[in-house]
Design a protein around this ligand. Structure first.
Ligand code: ATP
Length: 230
């Protein structure tokens, strides 16, 4: 750190995603990671144009509305809608640049499931991501760490792996930390498919908060004509 750099302040963690719809998997991994890594602020950030996947089933406005409803159920989580409010695609590098501009001296921590991290070398300007933020990679049932690391193994980030969580709060960016959370066998794809197959509320309530399910029902989301695989 240069001698004249401002002192490091409190970290800001972000879980980006499509949230189509938000589910207990998202909410639990975010909340549990906030607790175990002592992260004072965790934001869930919906992407506008899904650049790494198929078109979602709900609109941006609906996905945002469901997120707002969901975080109201979970203390310590907030929503950041900046990717929905800009004209460019939701490239994470651009998002991190905007956060870095706003918060020059805060550690930025991008939370990411291992299934998403294994494709990070396909992301827009991916080596630059580590010049802007730390990456905390979270386990997910069905995806092995070895599987995630080997295809993307590269000198660019192999040297960034840290066994200690302290660089996440002592420095502003540049580390990759593998963090184990309670496994959550929940995915938005499975939820969309389950709803399309005509599941009852009782079958869905273990997967997502009741007020989110009520929103889905009220707006008739993910019914057969709208079901998508992801
Ligand atoms: P889809 O099934 O539509 O691909 P998803 O359930 O993976 O959706 P996303 O919104 O794409 O949800 O995920 C946002 C982020 O949360 C990604 O980094 C993803 O890896 C992570 N994530 C989502 N669900 C889980 C889970 N059950 N366990 C660990 N990480 C998860």
């Amino acid at each position: 750190m240069p001698a004249d750099a401002p002192p490091i302040t409190s970290p800001l963690a972000v879980l980006g995603g499509t949230f189509d719809p938000v589910h207990w998997g998202h909410l639990r991994i975010a909340s549990e990671t906030a607790t175990t890594l002592k992260l004072p602020e965790v934001r869930l950030m919906p992407s506008k144009t899904p650049v790494h996947r198929a078109t979602p089933g709900a609109s941006s406005e609906q996905r945002l509305a469901m997120l707002r409803i969901a975080v109201a159920q979970v203390p310590g989580l907030a929503v950041d809608d900046r990717e929905l409010n800009r004209d460019t695609p939701s490239y994470t590098a651009l998002t991190l640049e905007s956060l870095r501009q706003e918060f020059p001296s805060r550690p930025l921590i991008w939370l990411i499931g291992i299934d998403a991290f294994m494709h990070i070398n396909l992301w827009y300007e991916w080596p630059r991501l580590f010049e802007l933020a730390h990456f905390v990679v979270l386990n997910r049932p069905g995806f092995a760490v070895s599987q995630a690391l080997s295809p993307t193994a590269s000198e660019v980030w192999q040297g960034r792996l840290t066994r200690s969580a302290s660089p996440l709060t002592d420095t502003t960016h540049g580390s990759i930390f593998l963090h184990t959370v309670t496994p959550q066998s929940i995915s938005a794809t499975a939820i969309r498919n389950t709803i399309a197959a005509g599941a009852t509320d009782a079958a869905l309530l273990t997967l997502l908060p009741m007020p989110v399910l009520a929103y889905i029902r009220a707006h008739q989301l993910y019914r057969p004509a709208q079901a998508a695989s992801g």
